[in-house]
Design a protein around this ligand. Structure first.
Ligand code: WT7
Length: 646
């Protein structure tokens, strides 16, 4: 396989924070003496009481414990808002671009402080205090950022639930962390279509007795039911509170937020991030990875419902006093030029998006891009899934006019921030490779037995020591945390990803090696989709696997065995797709459903997913060893009736 290498751009290197030699030197120091390195880096945020201990971490499976800056105190919101309001109050903190191209707003740091303080006082007035959990179920409107920061200001723990999730998914997340208060909107607006957020919240509340208050932000003005004694309009209650609210002094290891994410088994896990280390890490990575320069307009197209939105729309950029653009809409509305028009409209210098969006926009044709200017762009970024070389090259040549380095950033909800990535002024690029570890990050490749593999190799990706942005636990279930991430390769954090390391020490992430699939950059547990399917009265059994999909990266392929006597009709197929949408959310809709009279099982009854994956991938000529199957004829039937991927 021939690989192209794009050398560091001289123009970018001239003003970049670090060059090639600078990276090597700083990386060496960061792993040789992490205590000195992170102790120094922690000065980028303001502490109330300074810490005396930098690092206290153990990956020993008998005693997993991760603490950074543990005796320091700070307030995350103060660091993201107040200190910039004092020094550059008139600078835009957030530029909000609405779904409708005629709607946008600029919020300065001074205004942000007012909005956030008012929001915090509304929460306090409804009994929310330190350590309480607040669920945020909002569209991409400035109030989502205000609400997150308001929680941080008063020491409450937020749990943002993506506005595309169903009432059941919302209820599960509300119950798991026992939230007393939900913040939502009347409706969301995306691509000209409304999403009934308040109605979804009402349905979720029926299953969630812990909820005492629902705060409703008016977005569209659509009709909603308001329940007396429980529901309040944000704009009404905000009028009765002051716009001044002192930030609360928090410990570095006090929780900042919970974010639910899918794993190979069970229900989504509440990933817990804490305050000091997370802020140091997201702020540092935001500055170095995007080579952020004061005054630049920075745009990350993610949704705040995912970790990318937490770390790289809200906390990282705002901690750095940056101007962060927040977009309510979708890349193809009103047409496929929208992103490039937003870049021109707001002079965006740094643009960070997902491969799935790049592939979709590439498919729409170059004209949509080339008719726009984009000369404000300096740096491009990608995240969420492996990017194929063709999409990378198109992004580089057409969107960036061959001028802008692409930072392909590998990380996870669990890692809090970017772990493997190029730095714009320091790293020669290889299309499809996330390249090299960030400062302080020590990746390693292991084989199935946990042996470290040296040099150019391929295997499973682990991280051998802690970094400040790392998750601390699974909310309410530390055993699950240990089991999921520290038991497979004792002494290491296991990412769940496979990877290749080439002769230059570059990392190439090859995708998940567990039962997690990545659909358009959204992480889905196959077990969750299976349990949604078997909850349908006509379904006896289901097995879900991923398969290669041109636009989505991976598509969802479901094998479904019906209850005796049920007919496998086209209608039922459609009904099951709708069912999963309603149970989990549109992002979980199966792309293909194959009705299977039986599933391939071992004699002990274990479903052989390897075989199902191969059939879904159309590589059924090479099914491997099938001798352990209880009934080998099942496979012939599956191959014969496999779904057409085209
Ligand atoms: C999984 C994590 C981190 C924010 C978005 C997703 C995949 C992420 C890359 C990349 C190849 C990537 C991995 C990872 N992934 N970034 N640059 N190249 N794969 O967060 O939902 O926690 O998913 O996304 O498989 O494990 P997430």
């Amino acid at each position: 396989m021939s690989e192209s290498i794009i050398p560091v751009s001289e123009a970018v290197a001239k003003t970049a924070l670090v060059d090639e030699a600078g990276y090597e030197e700083m990386y060496r120091k960061s792993v040789q003496d992490p205590v000195a390195f992170w102790g120094e880096q922690a000065k980028r945020i303001e502490w109330i009481k300074p810490f005396s201990k930098v690092k206290n971490t153990s990956f020993d499976p008998h005693n997993v414990s991760i603490k950074w800056f543990e005796d320091g105190t700070l307030n995350v919101c103060y660091n993201c808002v107040d200190r910039h309001a004092e020094t550059k109050g008139d600078q835009p903190a957030i530029i909000w671009e609405g779904d409708d191209p005629s709607e946008s707003l600029t919020i300065t740091y001074r205004e942000l402080k007012d909005h956030v303080s008012r929001f915090a006082n509304v929460l306090k007035a409804h009994g929310v205090g330190r350590g309480d959990r607040v669920t945020i179920y909002l569209p991409m409107i400035p109030e989502a950022a205000y609400a997150m920061l308001a929680c941080a200001r008063i020491g409450a723990i937020h749990s943002v639930v993506f506005a595309g999730f169903s009432p059941d998914s919302l209820a599960g997340r509300v119950q798991d962390c026992d939230s007393k208060l939900i913040i939502t909107a009347d409706e969301g607006l995306r691509g000209g279509r409304t999403i009934p957020l308040k109605a979804n919240t009402d349905a979720a509340c029926e299953k969630s007795p812990s909820v005492e208050t629902v705060v409703v932000v008016r977005r569209t003005g659509g009709d909603v039911d308001m329940k007396d004694g429980r529901d309040v309009w944000y704009h009404e209650v905000a009028e009765n509170v002051s716009s001044s609210c002192p930030p609360v002094e928090m410990n570095a290891e006090d929780p900042l937020f919970i974010l639910y994410t899918s794993g190979s088994t069970g229900s989504p896990k509440g990933v817990l991030h804490t305050s000091g280390g997370y802020l140091v890490y997201t702020s540092m990575t935001h500055q170095y990875v995007f080579d952020y320069k004061s005054g630049e307009i920075y745009w990350c197209t993610a949704d705040v419902g995912w970790v990318t939105g937490h770390s790289y729309i809200v906390y990282g950029p705002l901690a750095n006093g940056a101007t962060t653009l927040m977009f309510e809409g979708v890349p193809t509305y009103p047409d496929a030029s929208r992103h490039w028009q937003v870049i021109d409209k707001h002079d965006v210098a740094i643009y960070y998006t997902a491969p799935t969006a790049i592939r979709a926009l590439m498919g729409a044709g170059d004209d949509h891009v080339t008719k726009t200017d984009r000369s404000s762009l300096r740096i491009l970024g990608t995240v969420g899934e492996p990017i194929n070389a063709a999409a990378w090259q198109w992004y580089y040549d057409v969107v960036g006019d061959g001028r802008c380095p692409i930072v392909d950033t590998w990380w996870q909800t669990e890692t809090g921030g970017i772990l493997i990535t190029p730095l714009p002024g320091a790293t020669a690029l290889k299309p499809g490779s996330a390249t090299k570890p960030f400062f302080g990050v020590q990746p390693a490749v292991v084989d199935a037995n946990g042996n470290y593999l040296e040099g150019a190799t391929e295997g499973n990706l682990v991280i051998t020591d802690s970094w400040p942005g790392q998750m601390r636990t699974v909310y309410g279930d530390h055993d699950r945390f240990v089991q999921t991430y520290f038991s497979a390769y004792p002494g290491n954090y296991f990412s769940g990803d496979g990877c290749r390391r080439d002769e230059d020490g570059y990392y190439w992430i090859t995708g998940r090696v567990d039962d997690v699939i990545n659909v358009s950059g959204h992480r889905m547990g196959t077990a969750e989709i299976e349990s949604a399917l078997v909850a349908h009265s006509k379904v006896a059994e289901a097995a879900v696997v991923g398969y290669p999909h041109d636009l989505k990266g991976q598509g969802i392929y479901a094998y479904v065995t019906l209850m005796g006597g049920e007919e496998p009709t086209e209608e039922l197929r459609k009904e099951l797709v709708q069912w999963v949408r309603r149970e989990i959310g549109p992002i979980a809709s199966p792309d293909l459903i194959q009705f299977a009279p039986g599933l391939p099982k071992t004699r002990s009854g274990k479903i052989m997913r390897r075989i199902l994956r191969k059939i879904a991938e159309d590589s059924f000529e090479n099914l491997g060893d099938t001798s352990t199957l209880a009934d080998p004829s099942v496979v012939d039937n599956l191959v014969e009736h496999r779904m057409n991927r085209a």
